[in-house]
Design a protein around this ligand. Sequence first.
Ligand code: LIP
Length: 282
Amino acid sequence: MRIDTEKLLACAADTARRTGTHALTNSARRMDVARTMANDVKLKLDIECQALAARRIRATFPGHRFLGEEDDTSTTARQPEFSFAKKACPIDAEASDVLWIVDPIDGTVNFSHGIPLWCCSVAVAVRNEIVAGAVYAPALDRCYTARAGGKATCNGRPIRVSGRKKLSDSVLATSMDRTLHPGVPPFSLFHSVAPKVQRARILGSAALDLCFVAEGSEDGYMEGTIYIWDIAAGGLIVQQAGGRIEQLARFPGNRICCLATNGLIHDRMKAALRPALRALSR
Ligand code: LIP
């Protein structure tokens, strides 16, 4: 069967828009909690929005597979390593080779507090290569998209990464690496890069941070333990906007250490992270 990445992208963008809009229009229920964890929360709307996204995708592509953040086994069933497809090429594949990767609300804590930095992220992988992705931020009304070999866009207009070359001029978005690895002190990655950049920022939505790197308002994004549904769509958008995304390490529970930049500061950012990364592999 011939896979048409344009059709995949159109469905990804439509699903991200519909799902994000559902969360926005139901934001009066943003504090209805399904489960509370240490430093995190799972909302009833997370689960409801994922079900909506899955229905939308299955209605168009019945035979395709689906991986969502809210699946019961998302952090326990071992996932393969995913990469980002660089070139557009005709893809011959079975429907079961296609996997939709969805984070219905990325930035759940922001959403539950009424902070407008959250989004719905929808990506498509064919044989573990991400070929299309869409990120919709409803409160900002911005829809970012990309497919392999195509241009990255925001609301239909092409976007491009920044041209900043110096770490000391750069804004780096990151998170708190509180519990990175046994024996590695908390905040090791943060401490190794934050003093070297103009400002480190913790905005609370990885998918949206990646889109900000893609459009050049941030110069880099780094996170010690993130999941594929947070970075699949945004990572392809960074790459197609001229940037670079790299998965630096993998940890049990499908967690990934990820670095994405405008490309120009990538190697220096990686060098700054190296001592902390070395500690991770011990
Ligand atoms: C969250 C991220 C956030 C990251 C957290 C978490 P959720 O996703 O996007 O930026 O630091 O580790 O994964 O749980 O809101 O979908």
